[in-house]
Design a protein around this ligand. Structure first.
Ligand code: NDP
Length: 337
């Protein structure tokens, strides 16, 4: 078995030496178990949190432990009554070629469906966008919805779902290719470059009616630009803070703005509500899969994937994700169905 384990806890941005590629024997399924082979491994920003020890909603990966991660996996041996050789499922097998499962947490996939999309627009990140908008953002027709990481799997779905609800979508990203893709392929009504020196002015110009829903994916300087533009009664689903992930727990540079922020939350009647998508998964995944599948079929939900070949290239791709080097949903391909 080929697998990648956590070799060291990163200081700041992870480096290749924080990971180690290992060869181990392929495990054998016991009674009631299946042996699964990973076809696609999802690389996601939350994995940075699992590499550290800062208290979070999830347990850290142990030093020497296999890096966690969602996968699309194929059953290659089954001693489980519900699973046959050749079946395909969304699993949580981690950064490795083979893994055992007792069947819990597996979600069966149609082998004819676009498999890697089950890790992106039609899977966890797409659901995150759907659940955050449905339960917290609640965009209404004519309102303005802003989101950063706009070409990634969460942000691209946020913009498109906002438009499906009749809202105006403003996408924040950086670089000519991503900006053009967000506008021309994903249908954002306006796009803004968060690395432009006049980002704040560009954002204000792109949101002449202010912002009613800010889907918070990144924090940092983007939040600073958005906050003054939030309208009374704006809703902010706090989904991710990737700008901080490499410096967990450290104070942000600049003066302490908490008192001002709290005063504005009060006086503008803002709602900031954090969430982890698992809160809504059991009760809303069927609605999501039904809606997202329909939107994908009629072209209202589109996505781009950034597919890297070979497990050995996962660490470098993951380090790139934390710096915005991915363009679309980052997936590692290990095999073919
Ligand atoms: P993406 O594939 O969009 O990758 C992350 C992107 O973040 C980068 O490509 C880059 O995009 C952007 N980025 C990185 N650093 C910064 C920075 N300092 N300032 C602004 N943008 C930055 O990621 P996902 O779509 O998978 O995830 C988006 C967010 O949603 C993450 O914060 C993630 O942790 C969160 N999330 C939360 C979940 C929950 O349950 N709460 C579930 C899933 C995801 P660009 O080049 O456009 O700047």
């Amino acid at each position: 078995n080929q697998r990648i384990v956590l070799a060291a806890r990163p200081q700041g941005l992870p480096v290749p030496g924080d990971f180690r590629l290992e060869e181990t024997p392929v495990p054998q399924p016991g009674a009631g178990e299946v042996l699964m082979e990973t076809l696609f491994l999802s690389l996601d920003p939350y994995m940075r949190g699992r590499m550290g020890l800062v208290k979070s909603y999830a347990q850290p990966v142990a030093i020497g432990g296999v890096m966690v991660g969602g996968t699309v996996s194929k059953v290659v041996q089954s001693r489980h009554p519900d699973w046959q050789e050749g079946d395909i499922a969304v699993a949580y097998a981690g950064w490795q070629r083979f893994a055992l499962s007792d069947g819990s947490g597996l979600r069966r996939l149609d082998p004819a469906a676009p498999l890697s999309a089950a890790l992106g627009a039609l899977g966890m990140p797409g659901f995150t966008a759907y659940a955050g908008l449905r339960n917290i953002g609640k965009p209404k027709p004519g309102e303005t919805v802003a989101v950063a990481a706009a070409t990634g799997p969460v942000g691209s779905a946020v913009g498109q779902i906002a438009r499906i609800h009749g809202a105006r979508a403003v996408g924040i990203t950086t670089g000519a290719h991503k900006l053009a893709f967000a506008r021309d392929e994903l249908g954002f009504d306006a796009v803004v470059d968060h690395k432009a020196p006049d980002f704040t002015a560009q954002l204000a110009a792109a949101c002449p009616q202010g912002i009613d829903v800010y889907f918070e994916n990144v924090g940092g300087t983007v939040w600073d630009g958005v906050f003054p533009l939030l309208n009374p009664f704006a809703r902010v689903p706090v989904c991710g803070l990737i700008a901080q992930y490499n410096h967990p727990g450290e104070p942000q540079p600049g003066p302490d703005r908490l008192a001002v922020t709290m005063r504005e939350i009060l006086s503008r009647s803002l709602t900031l509500r954090g969430f982890v998508m698992t809160e809504f998964w059991d009760s809303q995944q069927d609605d999501f899969l039904r809606d997202a599948t329909a939107w994908a079929a009629d072209g209202r939900l589109r996505w781009r994937e950034d597919i890297v070949q070979g497990l050995e290239n996962a660490p470098e791709a993951f380090i790139g994700l934390l710096q915005g080097r991915n363009f679309g949903k980052l997936v590692v391909q290990l095999g073919a169905a």
